[in-house]
Structures are given as C-alpha cells and as structure tokens.
Design a protein around this ligand. Structure first.
Ligand code: NAG
Ligand code: NAG
Length: 294
C-alpha cells in the first residue's frame, strides 16, 4: 500500500535559519508616502528592520524617529536626533517623487508610493542589496547595483528612470546601498546580535476536538519560539500522517513565532498519535503524544 502524503513534512521558511547560522544579516527600510492622508494621519512613514525584527519607526506627524521593541533599551546604536532629521528630509523627497509620478499618470486625489530599501551582509561582508519602489501597490521601478541603473517596471517608469539618471542619482544610489547601508548594518549588528541570534525553544501543546461526528481534529501548536523556521508534523506508529491544514503566526509583541498543524482522524481511532517538532534551539526533536484519554 502506498500512503498518499501531500505534505509529509512542514518546513516553514528553512532558508532563514541556515542564513543566520552562516552569518547572514539584513537591514531593510519599508517606507510609505500617501498623497492625501486622512486628518491626523502621517503622509510619510518608515520602519527599519534588522532581519525580521522592527527596530526603528519614523512618521511625518511626530517628525521623530523612535526605537522599537528591545531596541528601546539599547544605548549608543542610533543618534535619534540625526535620524529624525534625515528621515524628515527623506520624507519630503519621497512625497515630491510621489507627486512627480502622479503627474506622469495625470493622477489626482489619493495615491501611495511604497519603497523597500536595504542591504545584506554575510560573514561581515556586503553580499547584496535591494531598492524597489511601488506606485499604488504595483511595482514601478527598481535599482540594479550591478549595471548600475534604474530598471523601469512599468512603461511610464521609463520617464522616471531618465529623469533620475540625468540628475546623476545612479552612483549615489549604488554607494548608498553598497557602502552607507552596509556600514550602518555592520555598526547596528554590534549592538543587536543578542536579539538576532536569540534561540527561544518552542513550547508545544496538543488539542483534540471531536465535535464533527465521525471525525476528530487533532491540532498541534508550537509557540514562543525564535527564529522562525520550524518543522511540525504528526506521526502514527512511526508513519507521517497527511496534514489537513497548517498555519503560522507573524512575529508577536514579545518577538516570538507560533505555528500549528492539524490532522483529521476517525473518532473511533484511539491513537496514539505523536506531534513532532524540530527547531534550531532544540538539541533533539520534541515529540508530544496524544491518545484518546486526553
Ligand atoms: C488615502 O489612502 C490611504 C492608504 O490607502 C488611506 O489610509 C487614507 O485614509 C486615504 N485618504 C483618504 C482621505 O481617504
Ligand atoms: C510571549 O508572550 C506570551 C503571552 O503573550 C507568553 O506566554 C510567553 O511566555 C512570552 N514569551 C517570551 C519568550 O517571552
């Protein structure tokens, strides 16, 4: 008999764990500009991330850059006055660019521009960068550091490419990504490794719901773990059981993840079934047993 195993193992984002162990770190800024924000809402906001953790937020209402999460207690990593000033200048420039793009489309009213900007280092050396701009949720233009050049991602973006390149932004953009961003990331890492290299082992809970007549639902939840990659699956008598559904939570307030895996079994089945959890924080996989008495 050949068992049908659609999702025999669940590996949620395995790349990231490998990467942190290889010494891969990233600094990313997500920014958004809105041409007509609602009353009291900022027209420009930026959030800075080290790997998957937000550490900085700026908005044009407060005109202040502020630390987030555990970085509230870090001294000396960021000159907050200076970053507030540079973010304010960046916000003004960002909204001017949004206006220019709206003019190209002859758009009026409420429109948005979003940006993802950042760099990566491996073993403390630059190993890649990204800079993409979207208009009304659609990719508009991106920067290629190799050529180097702005690459239009929509026909109208060719105008923007020509304008920015004529203004001489290409070498500035390249050095901003490859040098300034990288140096900043190297500096920030000296203050942040304890948060980024953290290994919080998962807690595991197993629940059963028998309210579907002849079907029983077994749910295995792993929670309070970091980093994100994890593998969760059910077995019966040593064989992997096909997963019915699964999900994962986003990074919680206190900087941990959760993930769950659900299987369906006949109500008459007394088990036992085992939920297995593998995570980089664990020397050995965890196994939690379920049988009908639970
Ligand atoms: C403009 O769009 C943004 C983002 O979609 C939204 O948050 C904001 O409320 C809108 N402004 C108005 C005046 O509707
Ligand atoms: C995270 O928060 C939950 C409750 O929201 C708590 O049970 C848990 O212990 C916290 N985890 C860590 C690692 O602080």
């Amino acid at each position: 008999m050949v068992p049908v195993l659609l999702f025999p193992l669940l590996f949620l984002g395995p790349a990231v764990a490998q990467e942190t162990q290889d010494g891969l770190y990233s600094l990313t800024y997500y920014s958004i500009g809105i041409s007509r924000p609602n009353e009291g809402f900022p027209s420009f906001q930026a959030t800075g991330y080290l790997n998957d953790q937000a550490f900085l937020h700026y908005d044009s209402e407060s005109e202040k850059a502020e630390p987030l999460g555990p970085w509230k207690h870090v001294k000396g990593m960021v000159d907050w006055e200076e970053v507030s000033k540079t973010q304010k200048a960046r916000g003004d420039f960002f909204l001017k660019n949004l206006k220019d793009i709206m003019d190209l489309y002859k758009d009026t009213g409420n429109h948005t521009m979003q940006e993802k900007y950042g760099c990566k280092i491996r073993n403390n050396n630059y190993c890649g960068a990204f800079w993409t701009i979207a208009y009304d949720g659609q990719d508009y233009i991106k920067f290629d550091t190799e050529i180097p050049a702005w690459i239009p991602l929509q026909p109208k973006a060719l105008n923007t490419k020509v304008k920015w390149e004529t203004e001489g932004s290409v070498w500035r953009a390249k050095s901003s990504l490859e040098e300034e961003c990288t140096q900043k990331l190297q500096k920030y890492l000296q203050y942040s490794r304890t948060f980024l290299d953290r290994q919080d082992p998962p807690s595991v809970s197993v629940t059963s719901h028998g309210d579907l007549g002849h079907i029983r639902i077994l749910r295995c939840l792993a929670y309070n773990f970091y980093p994100r990659p994890i593998s969760v699956y059910w077995t019966q008598a040593g064989n992997v059981v096909e997963t019915e559904s699964w999900g994962e939570g986003s990074l919680s307030e206190n900087g941990t993840y959760q993930a769950w895996v659900v299987i369906k079994i006949p109500s008459s089945d007394r088990g036992p079934y085992s939920c297995h959890v593998q995570h980089s924080s664990l020397a050995q996989p965890l196994a939690v047993l379920w049988n009908e008495r639970q």
